[in-house]
Ligand binder design. Structure first.
Ligand code: FE
Ligand code: FE
Ligand code: ZN
Length: 303
């Protein structure tokens, strides 16, 4: 099967999309995901046309299809918020983010649907619906990919039914797609040891054709714990074999798989996490063989 795999990469002020592609190639990946600035804030630079051109050419040369590339919206914007000012800010930001995606030639934008922060899940979901109707009121090729969440704190959309509710009430629902996240699914209580069953449930409730990308992460926590802490592939509660079965599932052949696993520290004592694990995790996934020395190999390579 044609494996479409990549990871989160950085979009820096100077190199922009070109830096993303170079980093992707250094991991032996054939797709990637990036934030258009820092994930935790909303400061954004103008997109540079020349660098974008160079990046798109480099992608073409290396058979990276722009259709498989994903932008992730910053996780602090909250469409579910009961605070009108915060919600309006999020709506405005998302509209600009859609414009940036257009300029970059990317048409998938992953979004954490939002946290209700105490107003209750029904109101939270209603706010998400109203906000999305506003965000999507202008014609565009960019699709919003709602991510399935772990249910940490007051997060909405940790159940497929909640996602369905949103899709059913958004006018331009063809602009809404879904991003599954294996760590979030596990932490939300879905049993990935029977992934075909989870996929069947998703298909019944939402529709399998809505899946636009999958975040592949192991989890530091047991099923149903609602924690959302990602772990390196094969080193968490999901384990290598379950993740491989998901990655190579027949029904998900042409769906980009994106790693968001934690960086590795230079040694066991250090709290600094400096080394990207992706080159080695991707290699392991391509070989379908678990490398129990993964962490040591990463340290050797980057030190
Ligand atoms: Fe995410
Ligand atoms: Fe994710
Ligand atoms: Zn997560």
């Amino acid at each position: 099967m044609n494996l479409i795999i990549g990871s989160h990469v950085s979009f820096t002020k100077d190199k922009q999309l070109l830096g993303c592609v170079e980093e992707t190639l250094s991991y032996g990946a054939n797709t990637f995901m990036f934030y258009t600035g820092a994930p935790q804030n909303t400061n954004r630079v103008d997109i540079n046309k020349e660098k974008t051109e160079l990046a798109l050419n480099l992608m073409k040369k290396n058979n990276i299809d722009y259709k498989n590339v994903v932008v992730h919206a910053p996780y602090i914007i909250n469409l579910a918020s009961g605070d009108e000012e915060k919600r309006n800010f999020a709506i405005r930001f998302l509209k600009q983010e859609i414009n940036r995606c257009e300029t970059l030639g990317i048409n998938k934008l992953v979004l954490h649907p939002g946290s209700h922060v105490g107003i209750g899940i029904e109101k939270g979901i209603q706010n998400i619906i109203d906000s999305l109707n506003e965000v999507l009121n202008k014609q565009s090729n960019v699709k919003i990919c709602l991510e399935t969440m772990s249910g940490k704190g007051t997060e909405c959309c940790y159940r497929f039914e909640q996602i369905k509710e949103i899709i059913d009430n958004v006018q331009n629902d063809d602009r809404i797609l879904i991003c599954l996240d294996t760590c979030h699914l596990n932490d939300a209580g879905y049993d990935l040891s029977d992934f075909d069953k989870v996929l069947m449930d998703f298909d019944k409730i939402v529709g399998i054709e809505k899946i636009a990308c999958i975040h592949i992460n192991d989890s530091k926590n047991e099923i149903g714990t609602k924690k959302d802490r990602h772990e390196n592939i094969g080193f968490g509660y999901l384990g290598f074999d379950k993740l491989i079965k998901i990655i190579y599932n027949d029904k998900l052949q042409n769906i980009p798989k994106i790693l968001e696993t934690p960086y590795v520290s230079p040694n066991d004592e250090s709290k600094e996490r400096l080394y990207p694990p992706y080159k080695f995790e991707i290699e392991m996934i391509r070989n379908k063989k678990f490398n129990k020395n993964l962490i040591e190999d990463i340290r050797d390579y980057y030190k």
